[in-house]
Design a protein around this ligand. Sequence first.
Ligand code: BES
Ligand code: MN
Ligand code: ZN
Length: 501
Amino acid sequence: MTTLSIGSTAALSLRADVLVIGATKGEDGAVVAAGGESLVAAFDGRLTDTLTAVGATGAEGELHRIPTFGAAKAPLVLVVGLGEAPADGFTADALRRAGGNVARALTGVKKAGVALPLTGAEAVGAFGEGVLLGAYSFEVYREKSREGRKDAVKDVVLLGVKARDKGAKAAIERAAITAASVNQARDLVNTPPNDLNPKDFAAIAVDTGKNAGFKVEVLDDKMLAKQGFGGILGVGQGSAAKPRLVRLGYTHPKAKRTIALVGKGITYDSGGISLKPAGSNETMKMDMGGAAAVLGAVTAVARLGLAVNVTGWLALAENMPSGTATRPGDVLRMYGGRTVEVLNTDAEGRLVLADAITRACEEEPQMLIDVATLTGAMMVALGNDTYGIMSNDDDFRGAVHDAATRVGEPAWPMPLPTELRKSMDSPIADIKNMGSRMGGGLVAGLFLQEFVPDGVSWAHLDIAGPAYNEGEVTGYKAKGGTGVAVRSLLQVAQDVADNRI
Ligand code: BES
Ligand code: MN
Ligand code: ZN
């Protein structure tokens, strides 16, 4: 595990394996960034020449290792490219990405000192968060293939930050709590579906609640049946692993408002009787990324003790085809009594979410955000990095988008065009679970909106694109589960606590 600390030792005299400095893009090559001054002096004018000689340009993500030959106690300097130096300082996300790049370059290192331009608590927190997120890798299932693999960097000491700066210390604390939640969400997404069914997920939620100090209640399939949760049961009834609905509850004595967070938790989405073809089902263990994000966010809110009440709802089911599975053509009676004609069993996320949204709203929260790997259509629309935000409240949608942007999670507002609603009209039930293929992501949003009562500011985050990374790893992004939306939800909760929303 990687730990962050603040060190008061001068860079040159720090006993460490590696000293990290930054380089920015200058007119004629790399320029050593602020923080590296003492090293520039110790190299006696030869550092810039050395950087030129090894081909450094200062471009973002560039990494060069230079031996110190005794110029510092640490034997090696790692120079990380920071890109163009903006006049008003690096953005939080540029520092997060730098942290991620540094962490991955330090794999196998025991102790590293960081002498980068980290001015102020926000910069320290952002860089630290990047380090802890970038250091992540999922190693649980390696046996033979573990041989020869190096551990993540152990100790990262941030230099040039005042050791008694309370703001910087708090920022590091917060970065550690945030990253732990994101990394737990990544672990949950990466865990194969044979080891993470709804019951397993619920048990992890119970444990997490015990450790972080929030309440966890689990409804099993019998209790779900008794209370009429037809959506969650209908999706889960084809699997030998029965569904669960988990309620997470965090309250603060000074809180004035409650926000409900609802996560889609399909531990495996085969499509059900509307079976997905080979090529479309290999990564469907990630279909619980929304529920993982909700658990992560509530955990971080509780550990930080934010002054806001939060309920979290994990709608957990496995979507499998079998003799007991819901058929295309079946009508489900949802929690609350509405009926849904299921025409495609692969449009299952909206069914479990509808039940959970109705239940969450019984407690009359002022705000509700649902998070779901809901539609392939949203990936077609926005790509693999950006999630879509739909809402019944323009101001709230803007506030969620703003929070997402500040934490470096790309998101974009999407509309809920009322014309599309009639494509879900059913000849026999209240609504069908699918409609127009065109605008499929928006149709799913319109379906969910039917279950949100008036008076609740609601936002729907369709994270199907960014929840799982099959592409390259840069900055602090991970391979596989990304833990996306944990940090957005946490920031929204913080903004509500701060009366900014
Ligand atoms: N879990 C999928 C959506 C998805 C697809 C997430 C690819 C991540 C990557 C969801 O349950 C689904 O199957 N949606 C269908 C809906 C359709 C049948 C109306 C889709 O998007 O094709
Ligand atoms: Mn599906
Ligand atoms: Zn799904």
